[in-house]
Design a protein around this ligand. Structure first.
Ligand code: FES
Length: 112
């Protein structure tokens, strides 16, 4: 286990079946789950720009776009793209016994 890992239960995996993006609660945080091909990542539910819900945006490949001012991020790295001026914290996700778990450790680094 790497330092700062903090795996927390989120939703049932069945709830995310067939979904591309879904907000849920992981521990004390609201997160957005995003399906990237055969894997899932998580990021904060709220945009780091002006607090729009990222669930209103869209994901295309590994690029997440906020609906409000079209900031974009690479969901593999959290790096900003285009006009985005801030990184997006991205966290790994795993499924165990039908439950989705999010490592909220990386998300804590993005708290402001
Ligand atoms: S609120 Fe998300 S880009 Fe401005």
């Amino acid at each position: 286990m790497q330092q700062n890992e903090k795996w927390e239960a989120a939703c049932d995996a069945a709830d995310f079946d067939g979904e591309e993006m879904m907000e849920c609660r992981a521990g004390e945080r609201d997160v957005l789950l995003v399906r990237l091909g055969d894997r899932i990542v998580a990021c904060p539910a709220i945009c780091p720009h002006l607090e729009e819900r990222l669930a209103f945006g869209f994901a295309d490949g590994n690029v997440l776009t906020c609906s409000k001012h079209l900031w974009q991020w690479d969901l593999d790295t959290g790096d900003p793209m285009g006009v985005a001026e801030k990184r997006l914290a991205v966290a790994p996700v795993r499924i165990e016994n039908g439950k989705i778990f999010v490592d909220t450790g990386p998300l804590a680094c993005g708290d402001h």
